[in-house]
Design a protein around this ligand. Structure first.
Ligand SMILES: [Zn+2]
Length: 485
C-alpha cells in the first residue's frame, strides 16, 4: 500500500501545469501581479509601496507553476528613477539562494532563466526578515557571552533587539564601547547578513573574538526598522522621515529615539570607541573603486586617521580593499553623523557600505561573502581595540604592550611589559568568576621592556585572567591565561 502512495505522489509532479501563480502571503513579501502570459512564459509584477514608502524598487515573492523545460521571464516594473540593483536572487527552499543577473529596459527589469522546480522564491536581495532576527536570538540563547534585550518597541509593537556581547567574567570597568547598527535602510537587506556574520564572529572561540570580549562591550541592533522589514517595504526615503535621517533630536521613530538614549547611557560608564552602521550602496550610489566603503564625516584629523588605520587592519584581516568616502553634507542627521557629534571622544564613526555586485577584489558578493565581511569586520575591530593606540582628544599617543608566555603554561608564566615612558604598573590575576586571586604592585617602572614572572603553581588547572594597569595614560591591558598542570 505504501508503495502505491509513493508511486502516485511521484507521478503527480509529472502532470504539466501551465498556470503561473504568484504568492505574497508571507513575511516580508512584496509584489503585485500586472500580467501573466502563460503562452510566452512571461510574468510581469510591480513593486508595491509600503508604509510611507517613496521608492518601489524592492520585491520578494513566490512563483508557482513554472515549466522547468522552458525559459521563464520575470519582469519587475518600477516607477522610480533611483537606480535599482540589476542582480536579484532566487531560491527553491529559502535556505540556499542563487544570484540571477537582470537587464534594465525602460521602466522594468527583466530576469530570464530556466528553473529546476515548479516553485521559486524571487527577491531583489538576499531576504532577511524579522523571524530571521528572532531565530538568531534563539540560536545564541545559550551562549554565555551574549545577552539580548528589547531596546525599544516599534510603532506596531514589535520588539527592537539589542545584542550585548562581552565576557561577563571580566569586569566591565575600563572596557571599550563599540556600537553597531543595521537595517536603518530596510531595502539594504544584504547588510543584515554582514551584522549576523559579525555577531557570529564575536561569540566565537576565535582568539581575536576572545580578546575583544575581554576588552570591550559590543552592542548591536541588527534591525532598526523592524516594521518595514516585516511588511517588506523599501524604507529608503520613506515618509515622514527616513530612519537614517532621523537622528537629530527630536527623533520621530521609537527605535531611533530609544537607541540614542541607550547609547548615551552606556557611554556614561564606558568610553565610546567605535560606531558603525551597516548599509548597502545600490549600484547607482557607488563607483568602480568604492564598491565596499565607509561613509564618514571626517576628511582630516584624528578620527580620519583612526578610520584609515582601521581600514588597513580590515584589509589585512580580509585581503580585499575597504574604501572610504566623505558623507554627503546633504545626508545629515544620519546615525554616524549623530554619533560623531555627540561622542566627541569617539575614535571614529562610519556608515559601512558593503557593495551590491562586486567586492573590491572583483569577487561577486554572495550570502556567504556578506557573512564573511562581518567576520572580517569583527577581526578588524578586535585588532583595533587591542592595539589601543588611538590618539584621541587630549590623550597622548602612547605605546604599551604586553606579551605573555608561555600561554598555556604549567606553573610559571612570564609577562613582558613594554612601556614608552615611566609608569606605575600593577598586575591583577582573577578567575572566571571574577574572584581576585593575586595583585602585585611593581611601583614605578622605567620606560622600556621588563619581564615579570608569576608563580601560579598553587593554582589548579583552568582558565584565569590578568589585568595590567600602567596608569592613566594607558588603557587596561587584559587577557586570558590557560594553566595546564
Ligand atoms: Zn543605506
Amino acid at each position: 500500500m505504501k508503495q502505491i502512495i509513493v508511486f502516485i505522489l511521484m507521478l503527480f509532479p509529472l502532470i504539466a501545469f501551465t498556470q503561473i501563480t504568484v504568492d505574497t502571503s508571507f513575511e516580508g513579501a512584496n509584489a503585485r501581479v500586472l500580467s501573466v502570459d502563460n503562452t510566452n512564459n512571461v510574468l510581469k509584477v510591480e513593486s508595491v509601496l509600503k508604509r510611507g514608502d517613496t521608492r518601489n524598487i524592492v520585491f520578494y515573492f513566490r512563483i508557482s507553476g513554472i515549466d522547468s523545460t522552458r525559459t521563464f521571464k520575470i519582469r519587475v516594473q518600477f516607477s522610480q528613477s533611483y537606480y535599482p540593483p540589476v542582480n536579484a536572487v532566487y531560491s527553491y527552499d529559502r535556505i540556499t539562494w542563487y544570484r540571477i543577473l537582470g537587464t534594465i529596459s525602460g521602466n522594468y527589469k527583466e530576469y530570464s532563466g530556466k528553473f529546476n522546480r515548479r516553485t521559486i522564491y524571487f527577491s531583489h536581495g538576499y531576504p532577511y526578515v524579522y523571524s530571521d532576527l528572532i531565530a538568531l536570538q534563539n540560536r545564541l540563547a545559550a551562549n554565555p557571552f551574549v545577552n539580548v534585550s528589547n531596546v525599544s518597541y516599534s510603532e506596531s509593537g514589535r520588539a527592537v533587539k539589542l545584542f550585548r556581547i562581552t565576557n561577563p567574567s571580566v569586569s566591565d570597568s575600563g572596557k571599550s564601547l563599540v556600537w553597531v547598527l543595521g537595517r536603518n535602510h530596510v531595502m539594504e537587506s544584504n547588510s543584515n547578513y554582514v551584522v549576523e556574520g559579525l555577531i557570529d564572529y564575536l561569540v566565537s572561540s576565535d582568539a581575536g573574538a576572545e580578546t575583544l570580549r575581554n576588552q570591550a562591550i559590543v552592542y548591536l541592533v541588527p534591525m532598526m526598522d523592524v516594521d518595514m522589514v516585516f511588511v517588506g517595504g523599501s524604507g529608503k526615503d520613506q515618509l515622514p522621515v527616513d530612519f537614517n535621517r532621523d537622528w537629530d533630536s527630536p527623533s520621530y521613530w521609537n527605535a531611533v529615539r530609544d537607541v540614542k538614549t541607550r547609547m548615551l547611557q552606556t557611554a556614561a560608564s564606558n568610553r565610546m570607541r567605535i560606531f558603525i552602521d551597516s548599509h548597502n550602496p545600490f549600484p547607482g550610489e557607488t563607483d568602480t573603486t568604492g564598491r565596499l566603503f565607509f561613509y564618514s564625516m571626517q576628511s582630516s584629523g584624528v578620527k580620519f586617521q583612526n578610520l584609515n588605520k582601521f581600514r588597513t587592519m580590515l584589509f589585512n584581516a580580509g585581503g580585499y580593499y575597504w574604501g572610504r568616502k566623505l558623507l554627503y553634507p546633504t545626508s545629515g542627521q544620519s546615525s554616524s553623523k549623530w554619533a560623531d557629534s555627540v561622542f566627541t571622544n569617539i575614535d571614529f564613526s562610519a556608515s559601512l557600505e558593503t557593495g551590491w555586485i562586486q567586492r573590491t577584489d572583483n569577487a561577486l558578493w554572495s550570502l556567504p561573502l556578506y557573512k564573511l565581511n562581518g567576520k572580517v569586520l569583527g577581526k578588524g575591530i578586535s585588532e583595533y581595540i587591542n592595539q589601543s593606540t588611538s590618539i584621541n582628544g587630549n590623550e597622548m599617543p602612547v605605546r604599551f604592550s604586553v606579551d605573555v608566555f608561555p600561554n598555556p603554561f604549567n606553573g610559571i608564566v612570564k609577562f613582558r611589559i613594554s612601556l614608552e615612558k615611566i609608569s606605575v604598573v600593577k598586575i591583577k590575576i582573577y578567575d572566571v568568576l571574577g574572584n581576585n586571586l593575586a595583585a602585585v604592585d611593581f611601583g614605578k617602572i622605567s620606560a622600556g621592556s621588563h619581564d615579570f614572572t608569576f608563580d601560579a603553581s598553587s593554582f589548579s588547572s583552568g582558565i584565569y585572567f590578568y589585568e595590567i594597569n600602567a596608569g592613566n595614560n594607558y588603557p587596561l591591558n587584559k587577557g586570558k591565561l590557560v594553566l595546564v598542570k
